[in-house]
Design a protein around this ligand. Structure first.
Ligand SMILES: *Cc1c(COP(=O)(O)O)cnc(C)c1O
Length: 413
């Protein structure tokens, strides 16, 4: 074996991030490799949410819009997310879902490039990104959607081939949700700018696991319930480069983004800066849960997170190469080319994932035929990676996945 279980335990003892595991509440006997889908529960989240419910809501009632800072949560939370995505406080607003923020970002950006009628999108991206581009194109159109990627409709199109003087904007994910492949954000942004188009990045699979720099990026969006541990349905965020903030408009021009919401004026005037991307009343309880996880993230060194993420994903790849030689890796082997996820193609991927979950190793399945394992460096140990790889080898080697219980599809795969 490349390494022994004892050697993994020795690596864990020297791990500079090892104490963060204590900050999370993990069910016993579970190796949770799904932090790329729903991050684990921070230990302090329940008491924080209880405080917001019992004291802020229960005792102070509506006064909490001022006294507990509820009104400003989209901005104050955005300020706390900003350093995690290499942005400055004031340039990020937390709220709504990623899907809604994509709509706001795309419809805000398109009018900045009048006369250009093409949106470049990636058919390999998480489908909601493409679906929302369709909706935005319909709402503001006519716009042509030019697809890149490996999926059939894209005809193998590359970004280079798709760019031209008719392209208004490009929307891509930094880290691919299926394969874990990572793009060079700065280089792609420069390439898109050279063609005169705007660049919008989706950071859903980057924030909290890969250091990100906004640099020349125009707009960005992402969620907080994956590696950032904000909880199911936690507020997403939108970044707008300072140079665009006074020029862009939020098509969902709600009262929370108004310049003077309590003047109750007859028509809309945008608030200065990113605040204009606020829409309506924020889900305060979800911000409370996210706030508890951001307390942890405030103390985290992203370079250490990236180093451990590379170590864990490399270890898993090495072990599965050795123990499961027939398994087809779809994630780039070069650590510089991947995020914090390792994926394989397996024709019976779904029952394999179910058989693993039955043995305490939680990953997930994505069409077509992809088994995904996400590695969240704050609460996973090298020994967990070792145990997950040996369990996977057993499930495959003994064909334990063939048990017919594992073939029945649940609604959420
Ligand atoms: C997780 C994810 C989303 C999720 O969008 P929601 O609106 O939160 O459901 C969107 N895009 C990408 C690339 C994702 O990975």
């Amino acid at each position: 074996m490349a390494v022994t279980r004892d050697e993994c335990q020795a690596l864990d003892a020297e791990d500079p991030l090892k104490d963060f595991r204590e900050e999370f509440s993990l069910p016993p006997g579970v190796i949770y490799l799904l932090g790329n889908s729903l991050g684990a529960l921070p230990r302090r989240t329940p008491e924080r949410v209880a405080h917001t419910v019992e004291t802020e809501w229960g005792v102070h009632l509506g006064a909490s819009w001022n006294s507990a800072g509820w009104w400003d949560l989209p901005q104050t939370t955005g300020d706390r997310i900003a350093p995690l995505i290499g942005a400055r406080p004031g340039d990020v607003l937390a709220g709504d879902s990623t899907s809604v923020n994509i709509f706001k970002a795309v419809t805000a950006a398109l009018p900045l490039r009048p006369g250009r009628r093409v949106i470049v999108s990636d058919l390999d991206n998480f489908p909601t990104d493409r679906y929302v581009v369709e909706g935005a194109a319909r709402a503001l159109g006519p716009y042509e959607i030019r697809d890149i990627g490996s999926a059939p409709g894209a005809n193998g199109g590359t970004l280079e081939a798709a760019l031209g003087d008719d392209v208004a904007l490009v929307l891509l994910s930094h880290v691919d949700y299926r394969t874990g492949a990572m793009r060079d954000m700065a280089a792609v942004t420069a390439q898109v700018h050279a063609a005169g188009a705007l660049m919008i990045w989706d950071l859903c699979h980057s924030a909290g696991v890969v250091p990100v720099e906004m640099g020349e990026v125009d707009l960005a969006v992402g969620c907080t319930y994956k590696y950032l541990n904000g909880g199911p349905g936690a507020p997403a965020y939108i970044y707008v480069a300072p140079r665009h903030q006074e020029a862009v408009h939020n098509v969902v021009s709600g009262w929370h983004g108004h310049a003077a919401p309590f003047a109750f004026e007859p028509s809309y005037r945008p608030a200065p800066g990113v605040r204009r991307f606020a829409v309506g009343s924020p889900p305060v309880l979800s911000y409370a849960a996210l706030g508890a996880s951001l307390d942890i993230w405030e103390r985290v060194d992203m370079a250490a997170v990236r180093a451990k993420s590379v170590a864990l994903t490399s270890l898993f790849i090495e072990l599965t190469d050795e123990l499961c030689p027939d398994l087809a890796l779809v994630t780039p082997r070069d650590p510089a080319g991947r995020g914090s996820q390792v994926s394989y193609r397996h024709a019976d991927g779904y029952p394999v994932v179910r058989a693993l979950a039955d043995r305490g190793v939680v990953g997930d399945y994505r069409e077509p035929e992809i088994i995904r394992f996400g590695f969240a460096p704050l609460y996973l140990r090298h020994v967990d990676v070792y145990d997950a790889a040996t369990t996977l080898a057993e499930v495959l080697g003994k064909e334990l996945w063939r048990d017919e219980r594992y073939s029945r599809r649940l609604a959420v795969t």
